[in-house]
Design a protein around this ligand. Structure first.
Ligand code: IPM
Ligand code: MG
Length: 354
């Protein structure tokens, strides 16, 4: 048996993870995988029950599992809580606790949705890129000071810090991933200004020596942001630090037309975690209109990366692609001339397409 911890979280997290589990069960029956599910809370839902956004028990359960399927956390209701009790804390607790050092965010432009992209169709058609973001280091976890006074003037600071092993680990993963894609890595940094970026670039160049079959280039982050909208097709794998990856992955996500479609994998030392990249969307929670595709495609990534079941992963991806090709659209990607469906209906259609 393979144990999956499902963490629905808050808002639409509940509905979209239910859809993904339904699809996983069907794939399981078809490929004889033997999946077992166990549920845990996180975010506001966990705070309401246990007074904390992530319990040690939930984290321990994840550590022992074969994979974690995560919905989303957050909501207005909990916005005024102290920082260490806010739902987003659950995300950092899982990232650090599971050592989720690499965040993989693919952006694929489906031919059927090329007109939903904010960019010109001819520019984005055929784009297929993967951002590999370092997730447990850099300025997110460096020393910081919320407030101090120097000569009577208040200031605050954060630190961007990377060690050689941290950079090596994420770079190797990026190169290995590029090898089974189109063999190109773009490393994004700000080496013209930042010391941590200069070390980043030096280590990337060193690691690249072991991957002679992969092409490497470097871009400064400002230029990379521009190139993403000028010519997204030039990219295969982008590897970058925590904060640049955060920013560029939101930019890349919309190129495909809808953030509701975008899955992600966070690769860990022990267990890896899979989640859609959109949030908990409290405004539409419980209305049955959320797009479950990002979560369903995240479940496909779980099969691919944690269970090494490429065929089963492809089966889910093909079922989603067929659903789009047949004209079925949830509200977020609906345009005139297509067939509008809700969360349950679209799940049912994907399920039948398997
Ligand atoms: C993401 C999110 C998080 C991040 C937030 C919610 C803390 O934006 O996963 O990209 O900045 O990492
Ligand atoms: Mg982000």
């Amino acid at each position: 048996m393979k144990k999956i911890i499902v963490i629905p979280g808050d808002g639409i997290g509940q509905e979209i993870t239910a859809s993904a589990v339904k699809v996983l069960k069907q794939v399981d029956a078809k490929f004889n995988i033997g999946l077992e599910y166990d549920y845990r809370d996180a975010g506001g839902t966990s705070y309401e029950k246990f007074g904390t956004p992530l319990t040690d028990e939930a984290l321990d359960a994840c550590k022992k599992a074969d994979g974690v399927l995560f919905g989303a956390v957050g909501g207005k209701k909990w916005d005024s809580l102290p920082v260490n009790l806010r739902p987003e804390r659950a995300i950092f607790g899982l990232r650090k606790g599971l050592g989720l050092f690499a965040n993989l965010r693919p952006t694929k432009v489906y031919p059927e949705l090329v007109n939903s992209s904010p960019l010109k169709p001819e520019l984005v058609a055929g784009s297929d890129l993967l951002i590999v973001r370092e997730l447990v280091g850099g300025i997110y976890f460096g020393k910081r000071c919320e407030s101090e006074f120097v000569d009577g003037v208040e200031q605050a600071w954060d630190t961007e810090i990377y060690s050689v092993p941290e950079i090596e680990r994420i770079t190797k993963l990026a190169f290995e991933t590029a090898k089974v894609r189109r063999g190109k890595v773009t490393s994004v940094d700000k080496a013209n200004v930042l010391a941590a970026s200069r070390l980043w670039r030096k280590v990337v160049v060193d690691v690249a020596k072991d991957f002679s079959d992969v092409e490497l280039n470097h871009l400064y982050v400002d230029n990379a942001a521009m190139q993403l909208v000028l010519n997204p097709k030039q990219f295969d794998v982008i590897v970058t630090n925590n904060i640049f990856g955060d920013i560029l992955s939101d930019e890349a996500a919309v190129i495909g037309g809808s953030i509701g479609l975008m899955p992600s994998a966070s690769i860990g030392e022990l267990t890896s975690l899979y989640e859609p990249i959109h949030g908990s969307a409290p405004d539409i929670a419980g209305k049955g209109i959320a797009n479950p595709m990002g979560t369903i495609l995240s479940a496909a990534m779980l099969l691919r990366y944690s269970l090494k079941l490429e065929d089963a992963a492809r089966a889910i991806e093909s079922a989603v692609e067929k659903t789009l090709a047949d004209g079925w659209r949830t509200a977020d990607i609906f345009t005139d001339g297509f067939k509008r469906v809700g969360t349950d209906e679209v799940t049912e259609i994907i399920y039948k397409n398997l």
